[in-house]
Design a protein around this ligand. Sequence first.
Ligand code: C2E
Ligand code: MG
Ligand code: MG
Length: 713
Amino acid sequence: MQNHSLNAELKSVQQSLKNERQFKRDIIDALHDGIVIFNQRMSLEVMNQAAKQLLCFEPQHDEFFTDLEFFKNKKRTIKFNITRWLQQAIDQAQSAPKEILIWVRPNCSDHPSTPVLLSAKPILNNDQSFQALLLIIYDKTIVTHSDEQHRILEAAFNSYDGQFITNEKGYIIQPNFSFSAYTGLLPLELKTMTIIHWMQKQVTLKGNIQVEDILKSLLMEKKWSGEVQVHPNPETTFHAVLSLSMLIDDDKNIEHYVGTLQDITDIKESQANIERLAYYDELTGLPNRRLFMEHLDNSLLHHKRNHTYSAILYLDLDNFKEINDIYGHAIGDSAIQLTASKLAEILRAEDLVARISGDEFVILTQYNVISRTQAVQHALTLGSKIIQKLNQDYFIDEHQIPSSSSIGIHIIPGSEHDTPEQLVSCADLAMYEAKQRGKNQLYFYQTELTDKILRRREIEEALKHAHYDQEFYLVYQAQVSNHSEQISAETLIRWQHPVLGAIRPDQFISIAEETKQILKLGQWILRTAFNQVQQWNHQSQKPIHISINISPIQFHEATFVETILAIQHETQTNPKHITLELTEGILISNIEDALIKIKALAQLGYQLSIDDFGTGYSSLSYFQKLPIHELKIDQSFVAHIPGSKEDIAIIETIIQLANSKNLTIVAEGVETQEQVDFFKSHQSRILMQGFFFSHPERAEEFEKQFLSLPTTL
Ligand code: C2E
Ligand code: MG
Ligand code: MG
């Protein structure tokens, strides 16, 4: 009986122990964290559900150490030796558990790596001997993930842009470092400020924007962005873009405002730089044409409204091209700068002076006088002062450079509908007239000059669209001598425009030069003349020789010699029948290049002549170097023969020079018997060209007159 009850009691104790164990197991299994218990021999004793799930592992025996892989990092490059680590935990046997964050790759391989925190704690007997090891596995997936998110946010928040987050009331509770740095305000200070406080203290809004507009935009659109100026302290201002957005919760309550302050000072500076380049001349720092035109536009409105007058002065240095050519561009630049500063000395602060191209300046005065006559008087005084001031030698780098200027003046407003461009070109035209009248003077614009402009424009357009073969033709003017073996003539171009009628060379050649049309036209002239001389020499008994005028623009083309050669080959012309007429100007600009080209042409067999000799600047010494064949005495000297002793003296000198170098002389513009007699009285070889003998004639007429007739006198 006793046995039976003992047995029963034992059973009940066993049952309750079992129950208790099961109860503990259930508790362990119910835990969220993984629990693993190893016994004294480090065999797996207990492993709860969480551990199994976390590691995706269903243990059989002690495979825990063989089947599971642990890594020290997410990338699974460094293995973690758990056996050794657990052993260390046992050996150290401290009261605090040993912990480490590692990554587990459970044996179900497609399961992603899981970050877990291992916490190992040995359980000791009373005598401190090792009894068991408790390993707790905490799932760190969420924590790691949120850490990562946090790091990303932090990195974004710590950008170079100033950023801040406010609370629902707008207090700047979380500024990033950059925002503090930009505003010079510590986070603690910022915490006491709302966005509005801060803006009132440091921000100027651009345009007509008010703080209320920003609030409105935030309420309506939940965001606002705009350009602002920030003044962290009285001495510092920077440009920035401020962006604000409002965060609201599901119930539409304001939670936060988020702000970004992007410094755009660099962009602003480069914008200003671009503006400077767009509106100012780099060499002199003066306003350029564009800025001048904008001012003129405003000024015109002002004068029209107030019925007042002022003036535009258009200034051009005389002979600047020569300064550049003779002394070089650096000196040329210095001359421009010097001119700019001399002008600044004379002008009043309210006058505007701009450099609008090369050596051309325009001045817009601010007279505001109520009569045109007064404006004329003022402009005359100012213009004369400038002419005088600039008519003094410039001293640059030990060079003494002669200087003078020509000025065109136009009183504004002109007529009712004049545009700024038109007004400036009127002043330009007046300047041109001043030059024509002998330079170093000023000239007031007259309405007749407009006809010139219109004519000029007409010609420019007509040139652009000209059909060369139909509109242009060459005429030939005989050059006669008392002992000539050949028939000589100068080739001159004529233009018969279908609408504008006959246009004279002195009206269109300079325009063709300015617009570079002369390059194309020049080639047409060469080809036509070459063909003609080639054809004539085929037909005629006597050799026929022609002169062709070459424009300096043509001559200065890098490929000029090649062009001549190509046309020579194309037309099968013998160069010995051709003289190329150059002007003295050619020799002044880039003498070295001129010399090379002239030598090359002479070597090819061409004759070279200097046209209008005596009117240019060339020093006689240049001629020592040049293989030229002929000098043409300008008709302005011939015109005054035999009346002018001075002109006779000049002509005699030219003849002497030509004789000394064995050059042919051509006297241009011979119109009278006296002039013929004068030249005939000389022993030298002088060809005479002029209306006395013949006008320039078309090829057929010239043939009739000269090819069948003896040309000797
Ligand atoms: P230029 O080369 O000095 O030509 C001489 C000018 O004097 C020609 O004027 C001619 O018609 C004119 N002339 C001839 N005999 C007399 C006279 O007895 N009295 C007066 N008062 N004038 C006389 P044109 O043909 O009007 O040419 C003017 C200028 O245009 C030329 O001066 C030359 O520089 C240029 N030119 C003419 N044809 C050409 C050409 O084919 N090519 C180039 N590049 N320029 C040309
Ligand atoms: Mg000529
Ligand atoms: Mg001439």
